[in-house]
Design a binder for this molecule. Structure first.
Ligand code: TYD
Ligand code: MG
Length: 459
């Protein structure tokens, strides 16, 4: 029999037989803690000895109608949910502490209540008075949302069973305590057990449950990733604390497209929808400076323009720094390597800083070319045309690969007043009146055309 695994990663929930500084399943540092293992199931031998009931099999064709959905009436939220909240579904809303999850869900609760749902909001983190004060600040005191401050899961489930709401919000799953599990609240076993109870309860009673989960960097509190597989929909609320923009991103959705985003702005009166995110992300752009590039990206089904900024400066001594905000550090290393070996532009001895303006986080490889352009522009101290957007994927050979939804990206750029785009060469030309396309086959050709640098590094 396998040895009992008594160490669990609080970030991803992976089990380990011994402690180590880094989890080899998810790469998180300092996240492994010792925990009593969950009761193991019956062994294969006992399963074979006692026969179970035969289960009913059915066809793929269904007679049932699609599950009913309720709109919040907040376009940014409804789109991320895949067209409204599905009845009897379990959702997880994850995010850093203090990013605005409670604010978002209190506002959503009030909207759903106004649209006819019976909503119960259970907070395990704050007192009812604190939530009432927030409701007052948000102007929601008239809303028929029912409120309780409680952490005992058994009491909560009993209450929900009696009250029969359409939607229950649990803020947060890490504060819930299931008394049949002998572990502290916030531990992996407690969080898993509480989420499991709530999810099965949601399905059985036809109640939608939204659970809040704090992302934890390290320590003994389990992060939301531990329960992602149990729920129907996983949304993450992202943003930089210093910025007012917040992005709600669907990373998993059994009832709609994943990767859809909703953009909000944190104001003194709670979260406000942002209908035209591109205009907002570009609004702080000043005069064209070296290292600044406008990237035409796609988030979910929506084109979003944003500014990518790079700064390259001589490294004082020792190892040069590579610092990234809003993009992947590994991908930056790759672009730097391609620039060096395919285009003869070295970055050794130079500090490199890369930043996606406005607190947006980009996951698309289509940003490669925009990043490369920003890096070379910063290194050469040459500003690019402010009328131009850039996008395209870079391969290790230095070739430029076309990306999806070229037309959509170009249309959005044109809508915002851009007149030219630098893109990879495609077989089927995308064309748009009034928009000049500069096409390149490879990165070396691109840097020669824009910056006049030949592939061997000579200008
Ligand atoms: P909160 O929803 O409590 O975050 P979370 O539940 O994710 O931990 O929001 C925290 C921050 O939001 C807090 O620092 C104050 C700010 N805030 C506003 O700026 N405006 C508002 O109207 C509200 C309610 C909060
Ligand atoms: Mg909160």
């Amino acid at each position: 029999m396998a040895k009992d695994l008594a160490f669990t990663c609080t970030s991803c929930g992976a089990a380990h037989s011994k402690w180590s500084g880094q989890c080899d399943a998810c790469g998180a540092w300092n996240a492994i803690v010792e925990e009593a293992p969950l009761a193991t199931g019956p062994t294969a031998k006992t399963l074979g000895a006692k026969r179970g009931h035969a289960i009913t099999l059915t066809d793929l064709a269904t007679q049932e109608a699609a599950p009913p959905r309720t709109m919040a009436g907040v376009e940014e939220l409804d789109r991320v949910l895949g067209g409204g909240l599905v009845a009897a579904s379990a959702l997880l809303v994850g995010g850093d502490p203090g990013i605005g999850k409670s604010t978002l869900l209190l506002q959503a609760a009030a909207r759903f209540a106004r649209n006819g749902l019976k909503v119960i909001y259970v907070t395990g983190e704050e007192s009812t008075a604190q939530v009432q004060m927030r409701a007052q600040r948000l102007g929601l005191t008239e809303s028929p949302v029912r409120l309780a401050s409680e952490t005992n899961l058994r009491d909560i489930l009993t209450t929900l069973e009696a009250e029969k709401p359409d939607l229950a919000i649990i803020d947060s799953i890490q504060t819930m305590w299931a008394d049949h599990v002998d572990a502290a609240p916030g531990s992996v076993s407690q969080v898993r057990a509480a989420a499991h109870e709530l999810t099965t309860f949601a399905k059985r009673r036809g109640i939608s449950v939204i659970m809040v989960g704090h992302v934890t960097k390290e320590g003994a509190i389990a992060g939301p990733r531990v329960i992602e597989h149990m729920v129907d929909t996983v949304l993450y609320f992202e943003g930089e604390r210093g910025h007012q923009f917040r992005i709600l991103r669907a990373v998993k959705n059994r009832f709609g497209p994943a990767d859809e985003i909703g953009v909000f702005e944190m104001t003194g009166k709670g979260l406000a929808e942002v209908k035209n995110p591109s205009a907002l992300f570009l609004s702080e752009r000043g005069t064209p400076a070296p290292g600044s590039v406008v990237f035409a990206g796609i988030e979910g089904t929506r084109p979003i323009l944003c500014e990518i900024q790079a700064l390259v400066s001589p490294a004082p001594q020792g190892q040069a720094r590579r610092s990234v905000v809003g993009w992947d550090g590994g991908r930056l290393a790759m672009i730097l390597a391609v620039l060096e070996s395919r285009c003869g532009i070295p970055f050794t001895g130079l500090d490199v800083y890369l930043n996606v303006a406005g607190g947006l986080r980009i996951h698309e490889p289509a940003a490669d070319l925009a990043v490369a352009a920003a890096l070379v522009s910063a290194r050469e101290d040459t500003a690019l045309s402010p009328e131009c957007v850039i996008f395209g994927e870079i391969s290790l050979s230095g070739a430029l690969r076309p990306v999806s939804q070229t037309e959509n990206r170009l249309k959005e750029a044109q809508k915002l007043g851009f007149t030219c785009a630098t893109v990879p060469q495609v077989t089927k030309r995308a064309s748009l009146q009034g928009m000049t396309l500069r096409e390149n086959r490879d990165l070396a050709g691109f840097v020669t055309e824009i910056f006049g640098i030949k592939a061997d590094g000579r200008e």
